[in-house]
Design a protein around this ligand. Structure first.
Ligand SMILES: *Cc1c(COP(=O)(O)O)cnc(C)c1O
Length: 411
C-alpha cells in the first residue's frame, strides 16, 4: 500500500545525524590511497528502487570514491595542471555545500556575493584590471571575454597562436567569429611579426601555454581592437615578486582569464575573468528578468560560492603564502629540467618558463616509457606532430629527488 506523503515531519537527511558527517571527515582524513577500492562493477546498473541509506553507504562510498582516485598531493604527482588543494578549501567546500548559496540572487547569498567582490578586488590590481567575476573554468572565462570583445568592440575575428587552448577556437565558433591561427616559434610562442591586421580582431595572447608553458610576447597587448590574455595557467605568477615580471605587459590587456583551480590551488570549478573596464564589460553582458532582483551578469545562471574557498586561502596564506608556493613549484621544475638536460639518455624540449617541463627519452619511445612510469608522474603531449612527455610543477609537495629516481629507473 502506498503511504501518503508526510508533510509535517523533519526530514533527518537535511540535518546532521549520529555524527555521520564527522565519520565522513574521518574517512577522508584516514583513508589511505591505494587501499582496495570498492569494485565499480559491483554497483547496480539501474537506479535502486529502495535507497541503501546514507550512513550505511559511507564505507562503500569511501572505498569507491576515495579509494578509486589518484592523489594529487602524492610526492610523485607531477603530470598535470591539477594541484592538490589546501585543507582549508575542503572545509569551505563543505560549508558551501551545506549552505548552497546561489549568487544569482542577492537574498540567498548576501555574504557570498560580497566575498566574491572582495576577492576580485584583491586580485584584479595584480593584473592592472579593475574588476571581473568568477566562472567555473578558463574555458568559460575565455568565452566570456571574447563575448565582451564582440559586444563592445564589434570584433569579427579571433586571432590566436596555433598553440592556444582549444577553448579559444571553441569560443570563436560559438560566437560566430572567424578564427585565425597565428604561427609560433619552435617553442610555441606567437611570432610577433604575425600579429598584423588586427583592427577588427581580438588578439589572444597565452601566458603559459598548456603544452609547454611558454608565454606569448605580452608586449603585443593593446595592438588589436581587443586583447585577451589567456593566463589560465601562469596568471598567478603575478602574485610572486620574483616571477611577476614574466607577465609584464599583461596590464595592457582588455581582459584576462585565470584558472584558480590550477595555480591558486583551488577545488574545481574555480576561475576568474578580469576586465580592464569591468563596468563596461559587465553592462554589455548583463540581462534582467522578472524574477531577478539583480541583473544576471555573464554566462552562468545559478552558481555557487567558489569565491569562499579562494578568499579563505588568500586570507589565510596572504600574497606571500601564494608566492612562496609558486616559487617552490618553479624551483622544482628547474631542478627536474636540469636533471633532464644533464642526462644524455634524455632530451629537453626547452627551458621551462612557467613550471612545465617537456622531455622524452632519446632511445626509447614515449609509449614505452609512459607505460612504466609511476601513474601521475608525467602526461603526454604532441608538439608539431612529435610525441613528448610533460611534467607540470603544480604540486608544492612533489619530491623532485623521488621523481628523478623514478625516471632513472625506467630509462
Ligand atoms: C587549462 C587551460 C585553459 C582551460 O581552463 P579550464 O580551467 O580547464 O577550463 C585555457 N587556457 C589555457 C592556456 C589552459 O592551460
Amino acid at each position: 500500500m502506498q503511504s501518503s506523503p508526510d508533510i509535517n515531519t523533519l526530514d533527518k537527511s537535511f540535518a546532521v545525524e549520529n555524527d555521520a558527517l564527522l565519520e565522513a571527515v574521518r574517512l577522508l582524513v584516514e583513508h589511505t590511497p591505494g587501499a582496495p577500492a570498492f569494485a565499480f562493477d559491483d554497483l547496480p546498473a539501474h537506479l535502486p528502487e529502495a535507497g541503501a541509506g546514507e550512513r550505511e553507504l559511507l564505507p562503500d562510498l569511501a572505498a569507491l570514491v576515495l579509494g578509486g582516485a589518484h592523489r594529487l598531493d602524492s610526492e610523485l604527482s607531477f603530470a598535470h595542471m591539477d594541484p592538490p588543494t589546501p585543507w582549508l578549501t575542503w572545509a569551505m567546500a563543505l560549508w558551501n555545500a551545506r549552505l548552497n548559496q546561489n549568487l544569482l540572487h542577492p537574498e540567498t547569498a548576501p555574504i557570498a556575493r560580497k566575498i566574491e567582490e572582495l576577492t576580485i578586488a584583491w586580485l584584479a590590481p595584480f593584473f592592472g584590471m579593475d574588476g571581473g567575476h568568477m566562472v567555473p573554468g578558463s574555458t568559460v572565462a575565455n568565452l566570456t571575454a571574447l563575448w565582451a570583445a564582440r559586444e563592445i568592440r564589434g570584433i569579427e575575428e579571433v586571432a590566436a597562436p596555433i598553440t592556444a587552448h582549444v577553448s579559444i577556437e571553441k569560443s570563436a565558433r560559438l560566437l560566430g567569429l572567424q578564427f585565425r591561427p597565428l604561427p609560433t616559434d619552435d617553442q610555441g610562442r606567437m611570432l610577433p611579426e604575425a600579429a598584423v591586421n588586427l583592427e577588427q580582431s581580438c588578439l589572444v595572447l597565452v601566458a603559459g601555454a598548456t603544452s609547454t608553458g611558454v608565454i606569448d610576447p605580452l608586449i603585443l597587448a593593446g595592438s588589436a581592437a581587443w586583447t585577451h590574455v589567456d593566463a589560465a595557467w601562469a596568471g598567478p605568477l603575478r602574485l610572486s615578486e620574483t616571477h611577476a615580471g614574466l607577465l609584464d605587459g599583461i596590464e595592457h590587456a582588455d581582459s584576462i582569464a585565470v584558472s584558480a583551480h590550477k595555480w591558486l590551488f583551488q577545488p574545481k570549478e574555480s576561475a576568474l575573468v578580469f576586465f580592464r573596464d569591468a563596468t563596461a564589460a559587465h553592462s554589455a553582458l548583463s540581462f534582467g528578468g522578472a524574477y531577478l532582483a539583480a541583473p544576471n551578469v555573464g554566462l552562468l545562471g545559478s552558481h555557487g560560492a567558489a569565491a569562499v574557498p579562494l578568499f579563505a586561502t588568500l586570507w589565510a596564506w596572504g600574497r606571500d603564502g601564494i608566492a612562496s608556493r609558486l616559487d617552490t613549484c618553479l624551483a622544482a621544475a628547474e631542478k627536474f629540467a636540469a636533471f633532464v638536460e644533464e642526462d644524455e639518455r634524455l632530451e629537453l624540449f626547452g627551458r621551462p618558463e612557467t613550471g612545465v617541463v617537456v622531455w622524452r627519452p632519446r632511445d626509447k619511445s614515449v609509449d614505452q616509457i609512459s607505460a612504466i612510469l609511476p601513474v601521475g608522474l608525467a602526461s603526454r603531449t604532441t608538439i608539431a606532430g612529435s610525441e613528448w612527455l610533460r611534467c607540470v610543477s603544480a604540486n608544492p609537495s612533489a619530491d623532485v629527488d623521488a621523481i628523478i629516481m623514478a625516471v632513472q629507473k625506467v630509462i
